[in-house]
Design a protein around this ligand. Sequence first.
Ligand code: DC
Length: 223
Amino acid sequence: MNANIAIDGPAGAGKSTIAKQLAAKLGLLYVDTGSMYRALAVFFLRRGLSKEDEKGISGAVAEASVGIRYVDGTQRVFLNGEDVTDSLRNEETGNMASSSSAYPAVRERLLGLQRELAEKNAVVMDGRDIGTVILPDAALKIYLTASVEERTRRRVNELLAKGVPADADQIKHDIEERDQRDMNRAVAPLRRADDAVLVDSSDMSIEEVVDVISALYREKCRK
Ligand code: DC
């Protein structure tokens, strides 16, 4: 088994930024599993399925195939052979991903691909159930979180930097709603694995978080 790092945590805790930097620093491959759920969400939206339609979504998911390729070190996500990477980061796709990822058939569709990536490469994989379900034997498990207020602030700044108007109250509400869904679903809910290290990034810089996690990884892998 490769010496993998599993990072789980709620939306907006900084998982992808941290995981990307860790991968570069430690020479690991970064795997963003949220993008895979988002790619399936694009498929369901294109089919005109509603996010409450578990039966329709579970029936359609077998026709969607998600693939990952690395172009210049960056993960690109393919849906039935089409590169959909640039259409994954919007609220509609995020909401569909959050709802549809609660359905067992949807999770089942991605489980094999995620485990295979970690068997073939040493990875930093981020998501919601990586330490609990996908890679229970990961060398290091991190539960990365931050307060709702801080996550809202970061998201607002991210949107403003892109020139997109941001309604802080609405964003806070969406974050809270997504937390509730991700943490309370029946299958693979977001929770801290018993052996995961809790890192609260509310008052930490990105660099500090990366330093803390790489030190933990180096320590674990020396043993
Ligand atoms: O990390 P993200 O916001 O891109 O993820 C989008 C949604 O996908 C998130 O609301 C929950 C779901 N997800 C999941 O259920 N399991 C994962 N391993 C990753 C994401």
